[in-house]
Design a binder for this molecule. Sequence first.
Ligand SMILES: [Cu+2]
Length: 290
Amino acid sequence: MSTIHRPRPAAVAAALTLSAACALGAATSASARPRPPANAVTVTTNGMDYIVHGYLHPGTATLRWRNRDDEAHMMAFSRLKPGVTLRRLMAAQRKGERATVALLADGPDATYGSPATLGAHQSTTVTMANLARGDYAMICFLVAKNGMPHWQMGMVNILHVKGAARRGAPHAVATIRITDRAIVLPPAIRRGQGTFRVVNQGTKHHSLQLVRLAKGTTLAAYNRWFGGQSQAGKPVDGGGGVLAGGIDDLAGGHSGWLTLHLAHGRYGYASTDDITGPGLPPQSGVFTVR
Ligand SMILES: [Cu+2]
């Protein structure tokens, strides 16, 4: 699996499957930022960290992730068994993937609709449906220049989801449909702004990762470059693209929301779950925001 998405160093491959949602990425324009929804939390990355500004209520819950670092980061997101502390999670990480998976409440294949991978200075906002109460692990498996995975450098933290459930759905300007054969984007995507409902109408897990492409770079070329970097255990900054968030993973029949503030430019999209070789999956394509 080579992809826009997560590198899969052998030792952590299984733990990786615990992640998967997508967020929207973006070259954010501050002036276009809408009023934050009631049940929302911001997580900021300044370096090898997830700095959590508050907590979420269960139910319909919005996670805004800002990457202020000069490097790309990802967020494996998974609910922990009751009572698992950050210290215990970190100890399990050092032991290996099996030890980490043993701490997960929903197993290694759970999906929540959490944020997809962010390049340097990008941000993304996802709204998750029916988020359960509990403590959620956030772990970055990308690899630094020195070959060390980011989690080993401190990029592990916990987000608390507690209190009374909040219901309701954000107002969506249009719907993005993901199936077992395609991703169908609505015409409104070309505005690059607003909240989109994202529905997985297929039977398998799918995701939606966005990448802003430099002039002259095709999505296929970027994807090949990303796959090569990932498999070699190298950083994924460069290659003529900037990862711009999205929704990491949605199980078949599930949905979430993605709020976009995309700057003008050409974007590629792909379901990284469906990348099985050097080529692009059928769930991929390109659009332009003008
Ligand atoms: Cu990272």
